[in-house]
Design a protein around this ligand. Sequence first.
Ligand SMILES: N[C@@H](CCC(=O)N[C@@H](CS)C(=O)NCC(=O)O)C(=O)O
Length: 204
Amino acid sequence: MTTSAQPEILLIGRLRSPFVRRTAILLDLLGLDFAHDPIAALTEQEALRAHNPVGRVPALHIGDRVLVDSLVIALTLLDLYDQDGALLPRAGWERADALRLIALSNGVTERAVTAYYERTRRPEDKIWPDWVELARGQARQGLDALEGEAPDPASPLDYVQVCLVTSLAFLETAEPGLLDPEHHPRLTALLRNREAEPPFTARS
Ligand SMILES: N[C@@H](CCC(=O)N[C@@H](CS)C(=O)NCC(=O)O)C(=O)O
């Protein structure tokens, strides 16, 4: 933590979004106080666009700025408040490896969100099953890749794990069957162990 006074922070978006939830958990881990306005991404677009012109969550007001996109928000917060690199390595290949896992995990989540919107937001006769299956297949293959690199749930909690766990928890409820305990035992163990811990139970 820096010693200067904390700016006022307001997080926009519902915790149902894995991208919003990971931002809330990161703020908690950094010991930053924040207010929360749980604007719904799809049904409260007008209110949301007052915070993010492209109508997506999360948005984060911090001081007189508004940041959008969970990774941009996280990299900014970690740069300012995680100066010893406890939650994300600050340089070199260690950082590149961590960012690679985060990008892969974000890709999986975005593909799952695409499949979820396709299935739940369209009139039934306009749902295109091939498109759903394409998005789910991309997410599944991403999970297969992440399985080989899944962090040990007993290792110190870091931002990579926050991203993975919030993604996996969303997948289980929104796109069941993608995370397969038999096929993805290490990711499943990470999810089960971490979801029971206070940083995650506090923001569920
Ligand atoms: N890359 C973005 C993804 C954010 C995202 O997909 N948010 C979804 C909710 S989970 C959203 O705002 N959906 C509304 C829309 O795309 O119109 C991030 O990391 O913040």
